[in-house]
Structures are given as C-alpha cells and as structure tokens.
Ligand binder design. Structure first.
Ligand SMILES: NC(=O)c1ccc[n+]([C@@H]2O[C@H](COP(=O)([O-])OP(=O)(O)OC[C@H]3O[C@@H](n4cnc5c(N)ncnc54)[C@H](OP(=O)(O)O)[C@@H]3O)[C@@H](O)[C@H]2O)c1
Length: 250
C-alpha cells in the first residue's frame, strides 16, 4: 500500500519537523528524495545518512523560499538530478503569531512571501520536471489555521488560507496531468511552536482543544502525505485534508 518505489520526490523544509518526517516516510516507501533546507546543511546531512540506511538515495539542496531566484536554482538542481520530479511536498514555512499592533512594516509581507508565494513559486518552478513524470503529484502544506481563525498571527492565517485556494486553483489548472492536494495539520510538536509549548498552560490548552486529546507529531502527518503522493490517490485532486486530531470539530 502507498508504495513509492522508483520515485523522486522534492521536499522543501526537510531539515526539521514535518518535512523531515515526510522525507523519512517517503524513503521508507521506496522513493529517492531531494532534501531542501534554508540554512541547516548539517541536519540534512544527518538525515541523508538515515535515508541511506533505508536503501534510498538523497540529494541536498538549499535556498530561501521567499526568494524566487533561490527557488529557481534549487528546483533546477533537484530536477536535473534524475531528470524529473515525480512528487513535490512544500513543507518549508514560517510562523508568526504576533498580535496585530506588534506586526511591523515587513513582518506581514515576509510571511506571505515565504508561506504563500514561496509555495506557489516552488510549484511553478517544478512544473517542467513534474511534467516529465508519468504520474506526478504535489502536496502543499496548509494549517488548521487556514480555515479556522485564532487570535494573533493574521498574516500566517491569511497565507495558509491562500495556500488552500492556490492548491484548488492549481489542481484545476494542472489537471489531468498533475494532481495537487494539501494537508492541513493541527498543532504538531516541532521547533515552530517550541517556545509556546514551554508554557505548560498553553501546552495543556492545545491538548484540551484537540478532541483526540494530544498534540500531533510529525509522524502523524507524514503517512497522510505519503498517501496523497501515491497511486492509491490517483483520482484525488484539489483536496485539503485535515490532519488535526479533530480541532475543527469544536
Ligand atoms: N508545527 C505545526 O504545528 C504546524 C501546524 C500546521 C502547519 N504547519 C506547517 O507545516 C510546515 C512545516 O512546519 P514545521 O512545524 O515542520 O516547522 P519547523 O520545524 O520550524 O521547520 C521549518 C522548515 O522550513 C524551513 N524554512 C523556514 N523558512 C524558510 C525559508 N524562508 N526558506 C526556506 N526554508 C525555510 C526550515 O529550514 P531550516 O531548517 O534551514 O531553517 C525548516 O526545514 C510549515 O508550512 C508550517 O506552517 C505546522
């Protein structure tokens, strides 16, 4: 089930958190992997070693997804490696949860450029390589906050709402050749919320707000991404799939 043997998949933000878990998951499913990071080569080297032990190959690329030139460069390196991309997962992202009065002049735009435009430009730059694949698939990464409001972090929530609609628009435009779906994770224990989780009241409030009673782990998200990349999802496109412990049910 959900076999990815012989595939080549580019994962942005693979150095840590959700991207890292996805990289291991797809390597376990038989895929070779291009590991992208911004400034964390050591973590990616370590991950490449873990992937080699699984019998898969990995290549490391880097660049800032808020910079379209960087994206063009690292996607070319990724695509030229095996001459195609069978899958793309856009997990690179940035969270800012500031209350509105504290959002400075460039704070809003950096979140939009990284989380929303960065996602779009990465898909756009990957198209020539995805078109060389027999059954290409893209998985973008939204958030439960893309459709369910929280207090603070307006730019992040707007960016993720944009990622969801961009996913649907791309799915329509790129059909029938390329499938495009999104995952929308709930609260996942990663570096992104390490500071917040240090406050036991916040950590407990998140678990209490989650019907399934706990924070998510990157490994809760990775198998869902694997499914969306696989041939079992061959007739699934334009879907935003929540992986959130039921947070939106409340
Ligand atoms: N954690 C959650 O609760 C949660 C919930 C919903 C959605 N998400 C989404 O899931 C995705 C992954 O989040 P995570 O929690 O795994 O985050 P994380 O542990 O903080 O990792 C972020 C990853 O993104 C990369 N990155 C950040 N800014 C970048 C930039 N400007 N250019 C290129 N790469 C950049 C980082 O690279 P370096 O290591 O090189 O810095 C790292 O690989 C994000 O899109 C996030 O919004 C997370």
């Amino acid at each position: 089930m959900f076999d990815l043997s012989g595939r080549v998949i580019l994962i942005t933000g693979a150095s840590r958190g959700i991207g890292r878990a996805v990289a291991l998951e797809v390597a376990r499913a038989g895929s070779d992997v291009v590991l992208h990071h911004r400034a964390n080569a050591a973590r990616c080297e370590q991950l490449r070693g873990e992937i080699a032990k699984l019998g898969a190959e990995a290549r490391i690329v880097s660049g800032d997804v808020a910079n379209p030139e960087d994206i063009g460069r690292f996607v070319r390196t990724a695509g030229d490696w095996k001459g195609r991309l069978d899958g793309l997962v856009t997990a690179a992202g940035l969270f800012r949860g500031d209350a509105t009065p504290a959002v400075g002049p460039s704070d809003f735009s950096v979140v939009l450029r990284t989380d929303l435009e960065g996602t779009f430009r990465t898909v756009q730059a990957s198209l020539p390589y995805l078109r060389k694949s027999v059954r290409p698939a893209v998985v973008t990464v939204s958030s439960v906050l893309g459709a369910h409001a929280a207090s603070g972090g307006v730019a992040y929530q707007a960016a993720k709402a944009g990622v969801e609609q961009a996913t649907r628009a791309l799915a329509l435009e790129l059909a029938p050749r390329i499938r495009v779906n999104a995952v929308a994770p709930g609260y996942i224990r990663t570096d992104m919320n390490r500071e917040g989780r240090a406050d036991p009241r916040f950590a407990a409030a998140v678990a209490n707000a989650t019907p399934l009673g706990r924070w998510g782990e990157p490994d809760d998200v990775a198998p869902v991404v694997r499914y969306l990349l696989s041939l079992e999802a061959d007739w699934v496109t334009g879907l935003v799939l929540g992986v959130d412990g039921g947070v939106p049910l409340r």
